[in-house]
Design a protein around this ligand. Sequence first.
Ligand SMILES: NC(=O)c1ccc[n+]([C@@H]2O[C@H](COP(=O)([O-])OP(=O)(O)OC[C@H]3O[C@@H](n4cnc5c(N)ncnc54)[C@H](O)[C@@H]3O)[C@@H](O)[C@H]2O)c1
Length: 342
Amino acid sequence: METEVKKIKTAVVGVGIFGEEHAAVYAEDERVELAIVCDLNEKRAKEIGKKYNCSWTTKTGDIATNKEIEIVSIATPDFVHRDAAIEMASSGKHIIVEKPLATTVQDAEAIISAAKKAKVKLMVDFHNRWNPPFVRAKEEIEKGNIGKPLMLSGKMSDRIEVATKWFKWSGKSGPHWFLFPHLIDLICWLTGEKVLDVYAIGKKEVLKKAGIDTYDLVQAMLKLENCFATVETSWILPSTWPSLIEFNLSVHGTEGRIDIDLTDQGLRISGKNVYNMPFISGKMEIYDRTHGFVPMPIKHFIGCVLKNKEPLVKPEEALLNVRIIEAITKSLQKGEVSFVKT
Ligand SMILES: NC(=O)c1ccc[n+]([C@@H]2O[C@H](COP(=O)([O-])OP(=O)(O)OC[C@H]3O[C@@H](n4cnc5c(N)ncnc54)[C@H](O)[C@@H]3O)[C@@H](O)[C@H]2O)c1
């Protein structure tokens, strides 16, 4: 006689564009059940609940008080992770929070402290740690194949529609809070070094004219323990740019160099009316299963909860990431070097 294995119940708070990715993973992964989704926007909560065949609510309390739910994804906008994350952690739920953990060090510390107090797992979704070229780059660096990293340079940008059409909250974030978390996490993870100080300059012009008070572009220099890096981000890539993103990173070492360019993900389509490079490596349905580095960290987190293992991304690394971007923001505002507390 077959015994039915009890599935872990999961939930998602904030089921906009990226929260839906979490819901889709929970709905597909046989180890768990997507019990409920929550969104302040009732229409959206209902739509996603219906699509993934689960309950829906507009109140986070409905999840917090449900004792059967063990894992909760927090995918609310960048600056409102704190309340939902603390409420869920304090109710004993393991939480996977979208990047950045928060947009202030104070909020990030409060979330970590709530998770520690409740003894629940907390992981931030730095999904590029599951992105094959970066995983291979880390292996090559650890094997010593490029010697010692001396200098890194990276760009991560979005087409302008992300800032102007996707979000109502663009003015409360910016390319530095939305995109730098990825680049900066990669730099720290690949080198294993801490960022000591930063200097950044940025420009507010195009988005400001469109009524969105945030930076169009930011360029930052980072001094690490034994190397240095420059990172660039733009939220105003022209709408004619063939990919949704621009994403590249180079690591210059004492004995070699690694170059990763994911703007073109190996596919260029010259269609009837448009030339484009679809974003296929993050997530793609292949024969009814979802593949890519977007679902992988969420599946990893489920595995960590099931096997009581520590997730690959540590809370302290996510906090440091927020500290660095907060220092970049200070440097942008003051026009001077900003030190990062380590
Ligand atoms: N890992 C990645 O590469 C990646 C990519 C895109 C977005 N993100 C992150 O995911 C998060 C969400 O981004 P998005 O693109 O899905 O934004 P979105 O605006 O599409 O979705 C956010 C949703 O949260 C809801 N919401 C807001 N406050 C809420 C609250 N207090 N309780 C419940 N619901 C609430 C909104 O109604 C909206 O539906 C952000 O932190 C963003 O940076 C990560």
